[in-house]
Structures are given as C-alpha cells and as structure tokens.
Design a binder for this molecule. Structure first.
Ligand SMILES: *[C@@H]1O[C@H](CO)[C@@H](O)[C@H](O)[C@H]1NC(C)=O
Ligand SMILES: *[C@@H]1O[C@H](CO)[C@@H](O)[C@H](O)[C@H]1NC(C)=O
Ligand SMILES: [Zn+2]
Length: 599
C-alpha cells in the first residue's frame, strides 16, 4: 500500500526526533548507552525507556512465537507430505509468449483507455511471485513444445519435442498421472487443441508439426487410452477427414470426431453448442469442444464475433464449473490447464494492438479463476506462467539516427479495431475474389487503414508498399501501428528472456517464489497433486515398446512418429507440406499461418 507506514514502526515522524529515536532504539537493542550525557535523578523518562524496552522485548518474542506457530501450521497443511491426502484442485495457466514487457505494454494501454491513474494495475500484476528461466535442451531460446514439456514432464527437451525426451522416449505427464490417480482433467486453449502447449499434456510425438497424430492421441488412441475429460479450443480441422474438403486439414481420411465419440466423448463444435452447456452446469464428461477450424480469432476481432466463438474466460469458467461438479463427491479434485495461446501469435506478428487485447483477455480469465477459487471450498491453487517471451518486445523504439525522445504512445493501439492478421486476410480474400486493378487495391487499402487501424496519417508510400507486396501485408499492417506507438520488436520469433510466475496463493506455491528453472514449475505441479509421474513414464515405455503405426504412404513408424532429422530444417518442410495440404483453402489460411509454425 503506497504511503502506508509499516505496522510495527514506532519511529517518530519528524526527522530530528526520528534521529534521536533511532539512537535510543539502537541503544535499547544493543544494551549500550546512548552518547547523550544525562544527569540528575532518574526521571519518569528513565522509567518510560525501561517500559519501552520491556515492551520491545515482549513484542519481539510474541512476533517470533506467532511466526513460528504460523509457519508450523502452514507447513503442516501444505508441505508435510509429497503425497498429500486431502482433496485438492490445481489450475495451471499458461500465457504463451508473454514476457514482462507485454505487461508494461498492456498496463499502459489499459490506463490510457480507461483514463486510469498510473498506479492502476492489471489483476495479474497483483499476484506476481517469481520468474522462470526458459532455455530448452537444444537452445537458449525455447519453442513452445520444449517449454510445455518442461511443465508437463518436468524435463528439459529439444525444441519441437511433445513430451518426449532428447533420446526420443516418451515422458509421463502430470495430466496423465493425475488421471491415473483419480483426478478429473481438462485443457482450455484459444489456439488449436493440437498445438504444442495443450498437446504436451496428453500426447507424445517426436515432432510438434504432427498435429493429425496428436489429435488421435488426445482422444485416447494411444497406449494409455483416454486421459483428458474436457477439451475446449480450436483445431477442428485436424479432427475432420480430408473428405470434408472445406474444413479439414488432415492428410488422411480418418474421422477423429467419430473416433472420439466411440471413445465416449460428447462433442460440441459451435457457439450454440457451447451455450447449451449452461456455463458448465449441463456438461456431460468426457467432452470435446472445438469452436474453430484452426485458431480462435484474436480477441480484438473475436469480440465482434461473440456469437460465433466463446471467449477464453467463458471457456475457463465452464471448464472449472464442469470439473468441480464432476468431482463433487470424489476424494480427488481436478487438474485444469488454461492457456492464453495467442499472446504468442501477436508477438510473432509484431502486432501490439492484437497483443494488448490478448493479454487483457488473459487477465480476465485470470480473474475468473481467482473468483472461482474464492467461492470454492476445495483446497486449491492456481499457478500462471509463460513458456517463453515472443517478439523481443520493447516499449521503446528508435525511429531515426538522432537520439530518441523518451516516449511510448498507447493511443495508436487504441485506434485499431482489427488485428493485422484480420486485415491481411481480408486483403488476400479481396485479391482472390475481385481481381482488382492497382488503383482499386489502393483504395481498398486506404479504407482498411482508416477503418481497421484507425490511422489518420498513413502515407502514400505506405499504401503503395501494400499494393506492391501483398504477401507481407500482415507484417506491414502491424509495423504501421508499431512505429506510430514507438513499440519495438527485435524478432518475429522467440527470445530468451525470463518470464514471470504468478499464483493465487504465494504460500501454497512457495517452491515457485523467486527465480526458477522452467522444469521446477513442472516439479511443483506433480508435487502439489502428489501424483506419480515416473510410473506413467514406465507404463508408456512398456506399452509403447514395438508399437508401430502407419504413416502416410504406407510406411510403418513408431507410435510417436518420425524422429526429426539432425541439422535439417524439418519444421520448414513440414510447414510446406501442411500448407500444400490445405492449399484448397486459399491464401487466407496461409496468411493466418505466418509465424504460427514456429510458436
Ligand atoms: C485423403 O486421404 C487418403 C488416405 O487416407 C488419400 O488416399 C487421399 O488421397 C486423400 N485425399 C486428398 C484429397 O488429399
Ligand atoms: C486516432 O484516431 C483519432 C480520432 O479519429 C485521430 O484524431 C488520430 O489521429 C488517430 N491516431 C493516429 C495515429 O492516426
Ligand atoms: Zn510458446
């Protein structure tokens, strides 16, 4: 609390008497006399000092005793056993690609938009407990796959690894172990449910690009059977057979929705279906909810399409409600992972306007989790962190060779009403369908700049650059906002920055206070739930030994798919194949894919 004095401070407020009191206090604590010479009989002042001394000793002793008793009791209830017996819930939140500067950016934007004072914080700001170091086994800069493997398996692995070790063996995950121990489990994301972060909790593949295979595993077609009770997110195209030409991105004709239903899943695939769940009260588990072909749109666009796509906090609330109802009569609670998946994509796109709305949506979901925990009686904790930073974001940008002014402007972010991704998709669709002349393109772009970005001051050279090179329009749109707000980016990829750790309860999450390796976050998750992840690793290796699956083209490979070839850009080749497979869907999808292959 700013301006509030420490509770136990009894120092006088005036500077002069303050100095004297410090000398007296020191004397009282050390037992040595003060330098001041006192003479005469023992006055009431002497007895007052004796009184103060006795009070200080008693008060100090009391504080020490209380602290010890408190520590003892909180130790007993939280940390006495690696295998806690009481019922507990664990909510793990992941803000993909959100570094500390994303918070500075979003906080200043929020204050600007709300006319709030500079002391106003985001909700998440008030729950900071530590930092995580994010390197993977293969690089100082991790990707989301190795990042999430550090959380799910508590092991470092290589970039691209979906819960497999560097020697390409499966490692058991906290979600799998939680399911085995009797917990209910859930995954809520805004990207494809087959994307790296959610995949790492309930699938094992050697290369993250194999999302078709990940979809099969997540619905239970792998050595452990079904382990996830609830999934909400996008990525429907990996579940539909390639015969559904418009909305499939599978390379084969397997119907994973049908397979999910055969494995017991209930299935919803649109807003109407989500609304019928009545905020989670009407959920029948297990449940698969896929609300977009690929990613759910950025919040800056989704908020105008609320009748099509549920928001992150709505999905999170429904999941918490459903899982707590389902475990009401159980002696085990639930494990739920909630991801603000596309903060990362806004970083890849270098789009600060899209990013602030993603972070605000995450803050809202964070608030929903705090509200749930406040009103739920089961012992629980929420931990929130990021897998890495994306974009090398800076709330500063030097635009010229001359020494820069110290300024950063949130207003250009507030003017934007659409993401650069959406504007680029609209432009690509226009080019495909209208076959326009250059003059028509220029007028299309002018209107997108004024209505989509809210830009009054765009230049003719900016317009003609967009006419000349539509393939980079996404980056061009994003750069126009970045320059005007003087937002800096050092990469379209990830960075090695440490990321923040937050918790609903710093005492329950005590092992994560301070600066930690990302694998220690994974250690905490399994220890909080008291589950045996090593036993799952053993079971996976035993049941998976010799288990082969058929690749496209008939080749037989191990159940976790092909191993990446050393030293070759396997990511790029797979992305090209994926893009080829969905080329029928046109430039829109390809524009939307920029940067997503490497998140
Ligand atoms: C769909 O998948 C099957 C194999 O499952 C394949 O033979 C066929 O060529 C695919 N069709 C398309 C249009 O890709
Ligand atoms: C933002 O919008 C306002 C109102 O339309 C306009 O005056 C201002 O110039 C815009 N900002 C930029 C950077 O174009
Ligand atoms: Zn990531």
């Amino acid at each position: 609390m700013p301006g509030q004095r420490p509770l136990l401070s009894n120092r006088a407020s005036s500077d002069i008497s303050g100095e004297r009191d410090i000398a007296e206090e020191d004397a009282l604590l050390t037992g040595r006399p003060t330098q001041r010479t006192t003479s005469g009989p023992r006055t009431w002042k002497f007895w007052r000092e004796i009184g103060l001394f006795v009070w200080a000793v008693v008060a100090t002793a009391l504080v020490v005793i209380l602290a010890v008793v408190y520590q003892q009791s909180s130790h007993d209830s939280r940390h006495s056993s690696p295998h806690p017996t009481g019922k507990r819930n664990l909510i793990f939140m992941v803000s993909d690609g959100m570094g500390p500067t994303s918070l500075s950016l979003t906080r200043s934007f929020m204050q600007f938009q709300n006319g709030a004072p500079f002391g106003e914080q985001l909700v998440i700001d008030q729950h900071l407990i530590g930092q995580s170091r994010t390197r993977s086994s293969s690089s100082l800069i991790t990707d989301s796959a190795a990042g999430a493997t550090a959380f799910s398996c508590a092991k470092k692995s290589y970039n691209g690894a979906i819960s497999v070790t560097p020697d390409h063996e499966p490692c058991g995950t906290v979600l799998e172990a939680a399911k085995k121990a009797g917990y209910m489990t859930g995954l809520v994301v805004t990207t494809r449910i087959t994307d790296a972060t959610p995949a790492c909790f309930a699938a094992h593949v050697n290369m993250r690009q194999e999302e078709d295979r990940i979809a099969e595993q997540m619905i239970g077609d792998y050595p452990l059977g079904r382990v996830v009770d609830l999934m909400f997110g996008g990525g429907r195209c990996h579940f539909l057979p390639n015969s559904t030409v418009e909305s499939s991105c599978r390379a084969d004709d397997k119907d994973i929705v049908a397979a999910a239903k055969k494995n017991g899943f209930n299935y919803v695939d649109d807003r109407a279906g989500f609304d019928k769940l009545k905020g989670g009260a009407a959920v029948q588990l297990p449940l698969l909810g896929l609300f977009a072909d690929t990613d759910i749109p950025y919040e800056i666009d989704r908020r105008n399409e609320n009748d099509i796509y549920p928001s992150l906090h709505e999905m999170a609330e429904a999941a918490m409600k459903a899982l707590s109802e389902a475990t009401r009569d159980s002696d085990k609670g639930f494990f739920l992972m909630i991801e603000g998946s596309r903060i990362d994509h806004a970083g890849h796109h270098n789009d600060p306007a899209a990013q602030v709305h993603e972070v605000l949506a995450y803050d809202k979901a964070f608030t929903s989790v705090l509200d749930f925990l406040k009103n739920d009686k089961t012992e629980a904790v929420m931990v929130s962190t990021s897998d890495h930073e994306t974009g090398g974001l800076a709330t500063a940008r030097q635009l010229h060779t001359s020494y820069p002014e110290y300024v950063w402007f949130p207003s250009p972010l507030a003017n934007a009403t659409a993401s650069a991704e959406r504007l680029a998709m609209n432009y690509a669709t226009y080019l495909l369908t209208a076959n326009p002349s250059d003059a028509q393109k220029a007028s299309f772009i002018r209107s997108s700049l004024s209505s989509g970005l809210g830009l009054a001051d765009y230049t003719e050279s900016e317009v003609s650059a967009l006419v000349a090179d539509p393939s980079t329009s996404l980056y061009q749109y994003a750069d126009m906002i970045s320059r005007r707000s003087q937002t800096g980016w050092s990469t379209h990829g990830h960075s090695a920055a440490d990321v923040n750790i937050y918790s609903s309860d710093p005492k329950a999450a005590l092992p994560l206070v301070g600066n930690h390796e990302n694998t220690e976050v994974g250690d905490f998750l399994r220890e909080y739930l008291g589950v045996d992840v090593e036993a799952v690793t053993k079971e996976l290796r035993e049941k998976g030994a010799g288990l082969m699956v058929e690749e496209e083209g008939g080749e037989m490979v191990g159940w976790m798919g092909k191993v990446p070839e050393e030293g070759r850009g396997s990511m790029g080749r797979i992305m090209l194949r994926a893009m080829g497979a969905i080329s029928g869907r046109g430039a829109c999808f390809m524009v939307g894919t920029v940067g997503v292959g490497t998140e």
